[in-house]
Write a protein that binds this ligand. Structure first.
Ligand SMILES: [Zn+2]
Length: 313
């Protein structure tokens, strides 16, 4: 009995909602900031295997979200952005060895034009036998600076090439650089993708919006365990909506479950600070000068995270 209780407690700390991770390059030391070494990848795969994590496809996750089923705590989705050759050459054999599915998000223009560092269409077709393929835009631009029409044009171009080469329409979309705002989200959502994925820190629960799924970056030698403890924080961001024109973040307003009274706040360039939440509402009005082009505002309560990205046009 005692043992069962201990196990239950242990699983509570180990498991916390589903997680979507995103990788870029593999075994490619020249690009340290976006690289995952094969030794680390293998360590992570072993960890998933030893600790009963289930690596699932986006389709499985998508179906569960659509039916608002409870999302198992041990589900993990592995994404790879940009379709670099190093995935095909170095990591795909390991995915095959462990029989782990993946979702590869293709930067279409790079493949269409045969840019040296990127996979070819035959390689993408070969990879699609073992995982899913999604769209990562045509030209991989900073879309916050583009008009809604230009964003749609880019997406149509990407979709057309995708359909021509793979024979089906993409169901999943990941924002280039993880950058988006209301305009970008609206433009991409109009295409009716099953899932749209960002690159904000957070987990996935049955409450997660299908057109705004959080993904945790896994590059370099990052500790995996704390990332797997992250939980989904069901929050509504009223403010900020976008990057402030004067470069000062004047207001933060977020509502979350009423049981939350204390949380921590982080703004890119600053440090974590404790904040008081009143019956699930956090509101602060004071000018905060932003120093980065791309700013993340993150709130966490215990292990539950919610975040917002705001990007200068
Ligand atoms: Zn990318």
């Amino acid at each position: 009995m005692k043992q069962a209780l201990l196990l239950a407690l242990l699983s509570l700390t180990l498991w916390a909602d589903a997680h979507i991770f995103v990788y870029h390059r593999f075994g490619d030391e020249k690009h340290a900031s976006t690289n995952t070494s094969l030794a680390i990848l293998k360590e992570q795969f072993e960890f998933f295997k030893q600790h009963d994590y289930k690596v699932i496809s986006l389709q499985t996750l998508s179906r569960a979200l659509k039916n608002t089923e409870k999302i198992p705590d041990n589900w993990v989705v592995l994404c790879i952005d940009d379709s670099y050759k190093s995935f095909f050459d170095n990591a795909l054999p390991l995915f095959k060895e462990y029989d782990y599915p993946f979702a590869l998000f293709v930067y279409i223009e790079a493949t269409d034009r045969g840019y040296g560092d990127f996979m070819s269409w035959p390689q993408i077709r070969e990879a699609s036998r073992y995982g899913e393929i999604g769209l990562h835009s045509y030209a991989h631009k900073h879309m916050v600076s583009m008009s809604a029409d230009a964003i749609k044009e880019d997406t149509i171009k990407g979709k057309n090439s995708f359909v021509k080469e793979l024979g089906y329409a993409p169901k999943y979309y990941a924002y280039p650089y993880g950058e988006f705002d209301t305009k970008v989200k609206k433009a991409i959502s109009s295409f009716g993708f099953d899932l749209i994925l960002n690159q904000n820190v957070g987990a996935v629960s049955h409450k997660s919006p299908q057109n705004d799924l959080d993904r945790i970056a896994l590059t370099g030698d990052v500790p995996l365990k704390p990332k797997l403890r992250i939980k989904y924080l069901d929050a509504l961001w009223h403010w900020p909506k976008s990057y402030p024109v004067n470069g000062k973040l004047n207001k933060i307003h977020v509502t979350m479950p009423p049981s939350i009274s204390r949380a921590e706040l982080y703004i890119s360039g600053g440090e974590w600070e404790y904040i008081t939440v009143k019956e699930g509402e956090f509101k602060r009005e004071q000018p905060y000068p932003l120093t980065k082009r791309r700013t993340r505002v993150i709130i966490k309560s215990g292990n539950a995270y919610t975040s917002k990205i705001i990007v200068k046009e």
